[in-house]
Structures are given as C-alpha cells and as structure tokens.
Design a protein around this ligand. Structure first.
Ligand SMILES: [Zn+2]
Length: 226
C-alpha cells in the first residue's frame, strides 16, 4: 500500500455527446496531467512501427474496429509511461464492464489507485440537440453549432471567412440513438461497478462548458479559490 503513486488518476465517463472530451482537455490544461483519449491513442498507435501498431493499422484499414484486446494492450502500455506517473484522465476507457475489471488489475500492477470516476450526466434529448446541431467549416475545420455556437456573421466562418459548411454524416438521429443505446447496454454497467468501490462522482453536464468544468473541479477537490 505504501508504494501507491501520488497523483490525480481519473476516469471520465458518460454518454456520447456529454462533453467528456472537452472537459478532459480543460482539466488537462489546469492540472497538466495526461489526457488519455482512446480515440486519439488508437490513431497514434496505428502510426507506430511496432507489432501492436501494425496489427492495429491493418485492422483499421480493413474497416474493422480495434479489438478489446488491442485497446486493453494499448491503454496498459500508455499508463506505464513516465508522463502518467503523476496522473491521467482516461477518456473513452473503460467502455465495458470487462474493461473496467481489467483496468482495476492493470492499475494495481502500476501501484495506482483511481482517485475518482467522474460521470457527466446529460439527458438524451439534450445530447441529441447538441450533436444534431453541430457543423464545421469545410475550409479550416472550425466547429460551430446551430444554437450554442453560431458564426458571428451568418454563413461566414469566424476563423477563415469560408462560406461552406458541412455536418458529419454520422451526426443523424438514427446513429446518435444507436450510440446512446450502446452506451446504456455496454458502458452504463461500469457505473454501479465503480459506485460499489466508492469512486463514483456524478456531475450535471447540462450547463455551459465553464459551469460544468467548475463543478468538476469542485467534486475533484481542485478549487482552492472559493
Ligand atoms: Zn473556416
């Protein structure tokens, strides 16, 4: 027990569109601990000339998803790297109950005890509104939203002045509904698992980005200015 590493080791979880990626990036800026997004890690690992990198790249090129075993191996390698010794924010992992069980074992091997599992709760209707309203500038990629982040001048990108915009094809009602159902079926069972271990902290994710990040800092005990 005395060998436990000191630091802030958190898992961010919640339905797709709850804002966990954005909030993880904000917390990283504030604390300088690693932000481990499985989506970004997959893209990076697939570029590496290692056995894992090559098999991952081949799978992605065949249009397949990365297997559970690959994702687990990737996370395991990443959290053992020195820059994770003082903390990390896991974003996108664990996605399933078996992954949560594996995570517990791999952290024990690293002498790491999770500080908290932070669930960002947003009702499905609001998630739908957030995802269906988003679009991006086709020239520079700047992101906007029909309701929450409009361009300053209608139809003109604030960043580059471009006038053509596009929505992601998978940002449609059916796809989002499927992702929400998958979340309930596959990821949600990890919530009671972490709750039983006294790790779960729940934050209401419906406010502004700033308001939600303040709540997250509160529940993690990072706000010393109040
Ligand atoms: Zn632009």
């Amino acid at each position: 027990m005395s060998n436990l590493k000191q630091g802030l080791f958190v898992v961010f979880t919640g339905a797709p569109g709850c804002g966990k990626g954005t909030q993880a990036r904000i917390l990283k800026e504030r604390t300088h601990i690693c932000h481990l997004s499985t989506g970004e890690m997959l893209r990076q690992f697939a570029e590496k000339d290692t056995p894992l990198g090559r098999s991952l790249k081949a799978a992605l090129e065949r249009g397949e998803f990365a297997s559970d075993a690959m994702i687990i191996e990737m996370v395991k390698n990443r959290i053992a790297e020195p820059d994770c010794a003082n903390g990390f924010i896991l974003d996108g992992f664990p996605r399933t109950l078996p992954q949560a069980e594996v995570l517990e074992d791999m952290l024990a091997e690293q002498n790491v005890k999770l500080s908290a599992v932070l669930e960002i709760q947003v009702p499905d209707e609001i998630i739908m509104e957030r995802i269906l309203g988003r679009y991006a500038c086709m020239q520079c990629g700047a992101g906007y939203h029909d309701k929450f982040q409009k361009t300053k001048i209608y139809g003109v990108c604030d960043v580059c002045g471009g006038t053509e915009f596009a929505r992601r094809q998978d940002d449609n009602r059916g796809t989002v509904q499927n992702r929400l159902v998958n979340y309930r079926l596959l990821t949600y069972p990890t919530i009671p698992f972490f709750e039983a271990r006294g790790l779960l902290k729940t934050v209401d994710g419906t406010g502004t980005i700033d308001a939600v990040s303040r709540k997250i800092e509160d529940v993690l005990g990072l706000r010393d200015d109040v």
